[in-house]
Write a protein that binds this ligand. Structure first.
Ligand SMILES: Cc1cc2nc3c(=O)[nH]c(=O)nc-3n(C[C@H](O)[C@H](O)[C@H](O)COP(=O)(O)OP(=O)(O)OC[C@H]3O[C@@H](n4cnc5c(N)ncnc54)[C@H](O)[C@@H]3O)c2cc1C
Length: 354
């Protein structure tokens, strides 16, 4: 079968890679030229937090996120270049005056999970110093041992390398698809027919789906005076932040969430909020150096849930919103299963491959 995938963000790359491993001929189209990193997926912090996200999200995000946490280690081991991934757990904490918000977070997450999947739904009340010596001033906190993080840029690059090497994949960089329909894509050189088309254009699919852009800003710091090992969230009534530790004392502090399709540089207000909050977590951030500012817009649907729509000759994958890296593997797995069923192929082939 000859398949087209439009959009080489996390959805399109993971999908093309899994489809190629299943033996399909895949053509992957993206409007970005080779080496450009403007897709939203390059901006992500790489937090893999199915449980903590439940404070704001539906149970579906938790269920899909947990599935991805099972798939990630397996899939990453099949890539030819290594990708930074760790599952050391995450911390959630708050300053003294905001501890009531922390209790609220705990109750909301516990209530949403209910008795479902109780083994995975681990959320422990701890003293923060049990996990992070330098953060003892924060007093009580929560520890979520199953959570983790990944480096999305390494993941995107690694997927691209393997796709580039695969004999059954053809990558079309710098090609804008003007229109997508069942079984065909329209390029500036005319229509191209396929047995099936997968639309993974993110915000590029606004003409076909009720998508909105949610701007996110993220600041990368190099902080030699800071030794935080765990992904740490600070609960705050106005601005919630996370600090994501990377190797070599690099920390990602983010992310804002602003209802706007605005790709302009990080604002002063956002910088002040993110950096003040980071400084309140660890004074060592005062001497940190800002090494990168990141801005991008998340593709969100009205219900803030992912969409996998499969019908005659066309699958739409979109609405990954603030969870695209977390949900990527689970969403791709579901999309391939639906496609295989719809085209009446042998489902066992896919189940085995996953
Ligand atoms: C600051 C920030 C931090 C984030 N942190 C996290 C995080 O920690 N964890 C997490 O899980 N998620 C996070 N996210 C969310 C995550 O980045 C998104 O959910 C995800 O990247 C969406 O992936 P996608 O493949 O759907 O879209 P995209 O990555 O936007 O990819 C879409 C691709 O389609 C291409 N395209 C569009 N239109 C066309 C066209 N007409 N023709 C050809 N190609 C086209 C684009 O060039 C692009 O390459 C974050 C987002 C932001 C902004």
């Amino acid at each position: 079968m000859k398949l087209a995938v439009v959009g080489a963000g996390i959805a399109g790359r993971l999908l093309s890679w899994r489809l190629s491993k299943l033996g399909y001929d895949v053509e992957l189209f993206d409007k970005q030229k080779k080496g450009e990193q403007q897709a939203c997926s390059f901006a992500a912090a790489g937090i893999l937090s199915p449980l903590a996200e439940l404070e704001m999200a539906e149970l579906d995000i938790y269920t899909l996120g947990n599935r991805s946490m099972t798939l990630y280690p397996r899939w990453l081991s099949e890539l030819s270049t290594p990708v930074f991934f760790q599952q050391k757990g995450s911390l959630v904490t708050a300053h003294g005056s905001d501890k009531v918000e922390l209790e609220h977070f705990y109750r909301v997450v516990k209530r949403k999970v209910g008795t479902k999947d109780s083994e995975q739904a681990l959320i422990e009340k701890i003293s923060v110093s049990e996990k992070e010596d330098d953060l003892s001033h924060l007093g009580e906190g929560l520890f979520l041992p199953t959570e983790g993080q990944i480096d999305p840029i390494e993941l995107m690059d690694s997927l691209f390398n393997d796709l580039n090497k695969a004999k059954n994949v053809k990558i079309h960089n710098g090609v804008t698809i003007n229109h997508i329909a069942n079984h065909k894509v329209e390029t500036q050189d005319g229509d191209k027919a396929f047995d099936w088309v997968f639309d993974c254009r993110g915000l590029g699919a606004q003409s076909d789906l009720p998508l909105r852009a949610v701007r996110g800003e993220l600041i990368w710091l190099k902080a030699p005076d800071v030794e935080i090992k765990h992904l740490t969230r600070l609960i705050h009534p106005r601005y919630k932040i996370y600090v994501v530790p990377r190797p070599d004392n690099v920390y990602l502090v983010g992310a804002t969430e602003i209802e706007s399709e605005d790709y302009s540089p990080v604002s002063v207000r956002s910088s002040l909020e993110l950096l003040s909050a980071a400084y309140s977590v660890h004074r060592g951030f005062g001497e940190a150096r800002i090494i990168k500012n990141v801005v991008n817009c998340r593709p969100a649907l009205p219900n803030n849930l992912p969409l996998i729509k499969t019908e005659n000759g066309l699958t739409q994958i979109n609405g990954l919103y603030r969870h695209g890296i977390l949900l990527g593997p689970a969403v791709v797995e579901k999309a391939i299963e639906a496609f295989v069923q719809e085209t009446k192929q042998d489902v066992r082939k896919v189940q085995y491959a996953n």
